[in-house]
Design a protein. Structure first.
Length: 399
């Protein structure tokens, strides 16, 4: 009998998307579903970037250079320069979203059975990329009562083994929204120097920092060979479907190895690169306006959540996610119940169960991630639904 690969069996389902069939069923019954489960912003993709795609005069949509169009990489050099990240075009490989950049980093720097330490809760797809590349994830737990701050360096030290080759962080963090500051980044620098480790830094949300400045891994000095920056235009320009990311490093061995993987997949998306290149020319106030809008949404959702009896939600410093602790028995059951059995004024809310963002078994069982990607009116309606739901949920836990 034919069988599925062990890799396929180990590949985790997305905790963000696994409830989609229940959401579809709710919608088919006429229930309005507020999607706070996924980081898909409702902010319009910039008109200038969309017009660059619509009005392009290409006669043939050809393969680009495997590292991406040189014209786009030149624009990226300018963009990063404004962030005090000084690189050249040869130190940038354009990828199919940040997803491919992370996968390339894993495959170029780590062998199967090598270990990468990741603070949990973490972006659920990291586990999937690890399975694809044969890498083993070692979690180090951060906690809601500290706002999901970087775990103590001692916890990292205890997790390091002879197989440890890298640390992966997301800053600002998905799913917690926590913003790692300069002191925390410098402590990671000392750790990677001491143990000769790579530091992979996913900075997809770097433009959205509300309570401090973004301190990039590329701002760390004298560790150029250790640092791999992961980036994407998906959230920055509300262009998730463009599937354009980047891997940036000054380590020439990594770059030459990544290029072999990049050549094997031929080239990144053509129209996405056109869109990304045009987006870099947006006026400076573009991010001021979008950041102000996200901050308003953050303040709205955090205030509403903490006003609900039994709910606790720390105030995140960046990105557009929060994790909240709810008075419930099981977040997976609760999130499914919201879609299958609950409605308020023919409306309900879709959340992501917290369990899917932890590698350690049993954690996140009372937590949910909420993406504040909807306008404040819809956020308030979604919070009305959640408040009513917690009043009636059969598995409510009373303090």
């Amino acid at each position: 009998m034919l069988s599925i690969s062990n890799r396929g069996k180990q590949m985790p389902s997305s905790p963000i998307r696994k409830l989609v069939p229940f959401s579809d069923a709710a919608k088919s019954k006429g229930t309005k579903v507020y999607h706070l489960n996924i980081g898909q912003p409702d902010i319009a993709t910039p008109v200038q970037a969309m017009e660059a795609v619509r009005k392009n005069t290409l006669r043939v949509l050809e393969y680009s250079h495997s590292a991406g169009n040189e014209s786009y990489r030149k624009k990226l050099v300018q963009y990063y320069g404004k962030q005090n990240i000084h690189v050249n075009t040869d130190q940038i490989v354009v990828t199919t979203g940040a997803s491919e950049a992370i996968l390339f980093a894993f495959m170029a720097c780590l062998d199967p059975t090598d270990e990468v330490i990741i603070p949990e809760p973490f972006y659920a797809c990291y586990e999937g990329y690890a399975v694809e590349s044969g890498v083993k994830v070692i979690p180090v737990t951060s906690h809601i009562d500290t706002g999901f701050a970087l775990p103590p360096i001692e916890a990292f030290e205890k997790a390091i083994t002879p197989n440890t080759k890298a640390i992966l962080i997301c800053n600002p963090n998905n799913p917690t929204g926590y913003l790692y500051g300069k002191e925390e980044m410098e402590s990671l620098k000392r750790l990677i120097v001491k143990h000769n480790l790579y530091l992979f830094s996913d900075e997809a949300y770097s433009e959205f920092c509300y309570d401090g400045d973004h301190y990039s891994a590329m701002h760390l000095t004298n560790v150029d060979d250790n640092i791999v920056l992961i980036d994407t235009i998906s959230k920055r320009y509300s262009a998730c479907g463009a599937r354009i990311g980047a891997l940036i490093t000054k380590n020439t061995a990594i770059l030459s190895t990544v290029m072999k993987f990049a050549q094997a997949r031929l080239s990144p998306p053509g129209f996405g690169q056109i869109l990304g290149e045009a987006a870099i020319d947006l006026p400076e106030n573009y991010f001021e306006e979008t950041k102000a809008e996200y901050k308003l949404r953050r303040d709205t959702i955090v205030k509403r959540l903490n006003a609900i009896p039994g709910v606790y939600c720390p105030n995140p410093g960046g990105a557009f996610y929060v994790i909240a602790k709810l008075p419930i028995d099981d977040s997976d059951k609760f999130c499914q119940w919201l879609l299958e059995d609950f409605s308020f004024n023919d409306q309900t809310v879709m959340l992501a169960p917290g369990t899917g963002f932890y590698s350690s078994f049993g954690l996140g069982i009372k937590e949910v991630r909420l993406a504040y990607v909807l306008n404040t009116a819809d956020i308030n309606k979604a919070m009305d639904c959640l408040e009513k739901a917690l009043d009636t949920y059969p598995g409510k836990m009373y303090s």
